[in-house]
Design a protein around this ligand. Structure first.
Ligand SMILES: [Zn+2]
Length: 267
């Protein structure tokens, strides 16, 4: 098994690999459009295990733990479309610009990724072509279609974050992450802070920038959409019960925000 992908460069994904894009509620009528860049932790057969033991491949470095269940339930509650990406961020990170060092990480937190060492330009290109591109092309097409139909579209990128990073504990239960949008993040922050039991991060533990992020800058801000990212702490959504509770809470909050946006003529 060639870890560096130098064999058979014509294709990365073969018949045993599922497509990178997962969609749910494609006919959903909500103005909310959910994306989930770090939904899955699959690795294409040809890349083996990237040279990592299985306990590394199920950690937060490989995917956003718990967010898949939240995203699916939330999109069902709101009748909103979800577009998600099934392959691990260790193969290619779908929320990093292709020029960013973390696009195909050689190091994640304190873990070296052997399968990403000395990667040829061609091997990197094929990951982009077969995983990154189809995912972002799908998001682009869906937004194009909605705009052409005059449908209101509010982009929400769903993520989760590890409770401890590089030995430092994070106090927040949930955070918003945004850059230029001044409509949705303040409404969301206000609503989350009204929940008495929550510690809410304002661009914590992560903020959005053009250098480190792709989905919100490219599909939200560059297209003038109302948008934000949401990050939930992973220990809160580690099982189905937590995922259900957080999906229900966010469905309630986003439903209330939709009413405000409509009342103010923003959508
Ligand atoms: Zn993420």
């Amino acid at each position: 098994m060639a870890l560096d992908g130098t064999s058979n460069l014509s294709r990365l994904l073969d018949q045993e690999d599922v497509p990178p894009v997962f969609e749910q509620n494609t006919a959903g009528r909500s103005p909310f459009l959910f994306t989930c860049d770090h939904y899955g932790r699959l690795i294409p057969q040809k890349l083996g295990d990237l040279g990592l033991p299985v306990d590394e491949l199920i950690r937060h470095i490989a995917w956003d733990i718990g967010i898949a269940g939240v995203a699916e339930t939330l999109s069902n509650h709101l009748d909103a479309r979800l577009i998600a990406q099934r392959y691990s961020r260790l193969v290619i990170d779908c929320n990093r610009p292709l020029t960013a060092a973390g696009s195909i990480p050689r190091l994640s937190e304190a873990t070296m990724i052997p399968g990403n060492e000395a990667l040829s330009r061609e091997a990197a290109e094929i990951r982009r072509r077969e995983i990154f591109d189809p995912y972002h092309q799908r998001i682009r097409e869906v937004i194009d279609q909605r705009l052409a139909e005059g449908r209101p579209t509010v982009l929400v990128a769903l993520h989760s974050f590890t409770p401890v990073y590089a030995g430092v504990a994070r106090p927040w239960h949930i955070g918003t992450l945004y850059h230029h949008d001044t409509t949705l993040p303040p409404l969301l922050l206000k609503a989350l802070r009204a929940e008495a039991d929550l510690v809410v991060g304002d661009n914590e533990p992560y903020a959005v920038s053009d250098e480190t992020d792709y989905t919100i800058p490219q599909h939200g801000e560059a297209r003038g959409l109302i948008s934000t990212g949401i990050e939930i702490r992973q220990d809160l959504i580690g099982d189905g019960v937590g995922q259900q509770q957080w999906a229900e809470r966010l469905a309630r909050i986003l439903g209330e925000i939709e009413v405000v946006l409509r009342r103010e003529g923003k959508i």
